[in-house]
Write a protein that binds this ligand. Structure first.
Ligand code: SAH
Length: 242
């Protein structure tokens, strides 16, 4: 489990976020993966307002209560929406330029912290992991480390709201049959690398997880998973609770 932070010279998404905030526009934020064709993240989307958010995210913000942690907060779009609702939120991210931008945008508690840093110990009633928030877990092998961290950070009655997607549609045949080689790694384990202008980040693992697999791992780690809402394309919002 990686517990490091990004440096500002290797922070492509943070640089794009800082540019967009300062200049109202940004260059292409490119995404590479050994498993997919090159793609692009529209930087404006990282600055979405509550009204522009998908219903799954709006639902998570409505349900969040008490002391809230926005984990992997990016430009701070969710933290700002929560503050506007009068809720108390702390936002963390490993990206120095994202954290700086969050502060400039008015996020009251924004810290450059890796979720898995063992020195990061606080107590939250709600933990949010949004925009395929399961990604931060990286790989299925990190699942128990993830749940252990959640046990540290959650109050006894606290809960996690996390969204993810089932990538099975990438493997479905035209006739609807589903071809997955069970000897392979789990099909939701994706490697990514981002580039913005000349700034290339380190490759990282990002986990997409179907609800059934999530439920299984949750149960193994003393949590229950509840399906709160499904999105339009194999995506869903789950609540995880002890
Ligand atoms: N939640 C935001 C940003 C999503 S992108 C939004 O919905 O717009 C994912 C973010 O998670 C990135 O900003 C990345 O820097 C951050 N991140 C990745 N791993 C992390 C970790 N281990 N701890 C904290 N933040 C992390």
């Amino acid at each position: 489990m990686k517990t490091s932070l990004l440096s500002s010279t290797k922070d492509p998404m943070g640089t794009a976020i800082a540019d967009y905030y300062k200049q109202g526009k940004a260059a292409k934020l490119r995404v590479f993966s050994s498993q997919f064709e090159e793609d692009e993240i529209p930087v404006a989307q990282l600055f979405r307002s509550y009204e522009q958010m998908p219903p799954l995210e709006q639902k998570a913000l409505q349900l969040a209560q008490g002391k809230i942690l926005d984990c992997g907060a990016g430009s701070g779009c969710h933290a700002l929406a929560l503050q506007a609702m009068g809720k108390e939120v702390q936002a963390i991210d490993i990206s120095p330029l994202s954290v700086e931008t969050m502060r400039l945008r008015g996020v009251k508690q924004a810290y450059q912290v890796n979720l898995f840093d063992e020195n990061y110990v606080e107590q939250f009633d709600t933990i949010l992991l949004l925009m395929n928030g399961s990604g931060i877990i990286g790989k299925l092998a990190n699942m128990s480390a993830f749940f252990n961290k959640m046990k540290q950070l959650l109050t006894p009655d606290g809960c996690i709201y996390m969204d993810s997607s089932d990538l099975r549609y990438l493997f479905e045949d035209e006739d609807g049959s589903f071809l997955i080689d069970l000897a392979d790694d789990y099909y939701g384990e994706i490697d990514f690398q981002m580039q913005y202008k000349q700034i290339k980040g380190e490759p990282f693992d990002w986990l997409y997880i179907d609800f059934q697999t999530l439920s299984l791992y949750a149960a193994q780690n003393g949590f229950t998973a509840e399906l709160i809402q499904e999105g339009e394309h194999y995506d869903y919002l789950a609540r995880l609770k002890r």
